[in-house]
Design a protein around this ligand. Structure first.
Ligand code: AMP
Ligand code: MG
Length: 336
């Protein structure tokens, strides 16, 4: 990554073009947030439904009033504690931000990412940058520049490559636009982290319930999914490993190609190439870094079915992992 590429990216953003850039969470697909035509190109490139709003990225506090309305003392405390970092905050929106960015909502999600390339790009562009994850809608988020190229190809004008994303899961999204804080999407800024600053935080249900209003439009879509159906096994580790093995034998008997998602400690139970490991058991940062890459690898291996060992703990980053695995599974859960 060199200075000229970042400068070119900044120029492209000012011209209304699309630039994919690295952040500490996943790669983003950026456009000038003030330019409705450019932002529309994001929706077209991704095949993203128009009612799913984008996160606006900034790289200094001076730009914040151009994006949001009033910043509450609570919001300010969160920013001071976690920015730059993997936390998007939903606040009342500034009218300068076009409707297409917020999908017509009165609120806007804003984040200051913690990545030197992202911050240099945004500062040089001189505008806030609307950027969802740089994948085709419904595909796992990109953790490598190569994933962006695979999904978006010619539809993106420039891809800034800074290697593997450090965290590997999308930012935490917390809604501070109403009376009490609500966690809309778990991420690397954990509930425990948020509660240290805010006190109790309500966790929005991940699974859309028929008849219930949807708080975060993005939550109603099946995200992060590999092409093959993924079944999530939960329970004591030995029981999970047994159940995965038994189901695999059945499926292979039917002539199906089966992918196994497991952890280093249990890999020996599935000694073949269709097995991928999320790293050591109960090490959330290892699983977070590798999850999306492994889901893409199952696609490449053309498996018919994936049998995945669930993440064992909801503590810390574990909550985000459980959330993404559930979505990848389309809520196909098996307790054993
Ligand atoms: P992505 O940028 O692809 O990671 O998706 C952004 C996520 O943030 C989606 O789940 C959106 O629904 C959510 N989001 C963005 N803006 C808002 C908003 N104003 N209110 C609630 N959720 C939002
Ligand atoms: Mg996304």
């Amino acid at each position: 990554m060199n200075e000229q590429q970042i400068a070119l990216g900044a120029k492209y953003l000012r011209e209304g073009r699309l630039v994919a850039f690295p952040t500490e969470t996943v790669y983003g697909l950026g456009a000038n947030a003030f330019d409705a035509t450019a932002v529309n190109r994001i929706f077209l490139a991704k095949g993203r439904p128009a009612d799913n709003p984008l996160i606006v990225h900034i790289a200094d506090y001076a730009t914040l009033p151009q994006v949001v309305g009033r910043v509450s003392p609570e919001a300010e405390r969160l920013m001071r504690a976690f920015w730059p970092g993997p936390l998007s905050i939903v606040l009342p929106r500034n009218r300068q931000i076009p409707d297409i960015v917020t999908a017509g909502l009165d609120t806007v999600a804003v984040r200051w990412p913690n990545h030197p390339v992202a911050t240099a790009l945004i500062r040089q562009a001189g505008v806030p940058v609307a950027a969802p994850s740089a994948n085709r809608s419904g595909r796992p988020s990109p953790t490598l520049a190569q994933h962006v190229a695979e999904d978006l190809g010619e539809q993106v004008d420039l891809i800034l490559d800074a290697g593997q994303a450090a965290i590997g899961l999308e930012s935490t999204v917390v809604d501070l636009s109403a009376d009490k804080p609500i966690l809309l999407r778990p991420g690397a800024v954990t509930v425990e982290d948020l509660e240290q600053i805010l006190g109790a935080v309500e966790i929005a249900s991940t699974r859309p319930t028929p008849g219930q209003p949807v708080r975060s439009p993005g939550m109603k879509y099946t995200h992060y999914a590999p092409r093959a159906p993924l079944y999530l096994y939960l329970g004591e580790p030995d029981a999970v490993v047994q159940a995965q093995g038994a189901r695999r034998r059945e499926l292979e008997g039917e002539g199906k190609r089966v992918g196994i998602l497991t952890y280093d400690e249990f890999r020996h139970a599935f000694p073949d190439s269709g097995t991928l490991s999320l790293g050591r058991y109960n090490r959330p940062s290892e699983a977070a870094q590798s999850l999306y890459q492994l889901l893409r690898r199952f696609d490449e291996q053309n498996v018919d079915v994936i049998l995945a060992h669930g993440y064992p703990s909801a503590a810390g980053l574990g909550l985000a992992l459980q959330n993404r695995l559930l979505k990848a599974a389309g809520y196909r859960l098996l307790w054993v």
